[in-house]
Design a binder for this molecule. Sequence first.
Ligand code: ADP
Ligand code: MG
Length: 307
Amino acid sequence: MNEFEIIKRYFAPLSGKGSFGLKDDAALLPSRPGHELVVTTDTISQGVDFFAFDPADSVAQKALRVNLSDLAAKGAEPACYLLNISLPGNVTPDWLAAFSMGLARDQEHFGVSLLGGDTGSGDGLLSITITAFGYVPEGKMLTRSGARVGDSVYVTGTIGDSGGGLAIFKREKHALSDADRDYLTTRYRLPQPPVTLIPKLRAIARSSVDVSDGLIADLGHIASASGARIVVEGERVPLSAPLRALWGGNTLRRAVIAGDDYQTAFTAPPGRQGPFTEIGRVEAGEGVGFFLNGREVSISKAGYSHF
Ligand code: ADP
Ligand code: MG
C-alpha cells in the first residue's frame, strides 16, 4: 500500500469538520465565537513511551490522550487533531486497522476528529506526533503562573500508576494479582486524562499543569512560573491500592517522581470539593517542599527527564 491508499483507507474515515476528507493540501480550523484556540503537540516513541509489543489501538490512544491531557490542564475543550506518523517498512494492514480503530474509539469518547497530518515511512522506530486543538472561552486558558500564596494544591486521579505499569513491563519482581497487574499496565498504556473535569477546572483553578514528568517536577513548574513555593503533604498524595501492593513502603517515594501520569495538578482557594485531592498549599518562597508527618524530606530525583 502506498501513502495515499493508507490515508484513504485508514485515516480518511476519521476525518472531521474542516478536513476536506483529507483530500486537500490543508485544512480549515473551525472557529468558535467567543473562544480562543489552544494548541499542543506531543510525540510518543517506541521504546520510550510504548513498547513494540503494545497493541496498535492502545498506542494510537496513548498518542492522542497525552495531548488531551495537556488541553485538559489548560482548561481547553478538545476539538480536533493532526496526526504525523512515520511508519516502519514492515507495518501491516492489521496493525494500521487496529491503530485507526483505537483512534476511532477515542474520537467517539472524547468528541474529537482528525483534521490532517502527514504520513511517511522510515526505517527507524515507530514514532507518532499528534498536535491537538481545543477551545477555551476568551482569556480563560489556565496557565502555570497563576498560583497565589494561600491557595491549596490539588491533583486529579491517582499518582504513579503508570510508573508502576512501566516497572512491571520492565520485569520488576512482584506478587500482584492479575487484576492489580492489569490495572497498572493499563494505566501505562492508556492514560486517563481528566477531560470531564475541564469546566470545573476552569471554574476554580488559578494555575494548572499537566502531570507527565513526575508530580514533584511538574509542581516545580507552577512554583517557578508563579514565583511561589509549593508545599506537598506526602501522606495526602492519592495512591491506588494496586500501586501500594506493587511498591509497598516505597510507594509514595517512587510515585511522586514517576512519569506518565497524565493527570492535572492545580492550585485554587482552599477547601474546594470535587473528584480530586487536596495535597498541599502555596506559600511565599520558591521550589517544592515535600513533607511527611510534618517534616520536610528530600526527594532524590526531580522526576523523569529525557536528557
Ligand atoms: P503533502 O503532499 O502536502 O504532504 P499529503 O499528500 O501528505 O500532502 O496529504 C494529503 C492529505 O492527507 C492532507 O489533507 C493531509 O493532511 C492528509 N494526511 C496525510 N497523512 C495523514 C495522517 N497521517 N493523518 C491524517 N491526515 C493525513
Ligand atoms: Mg505529506
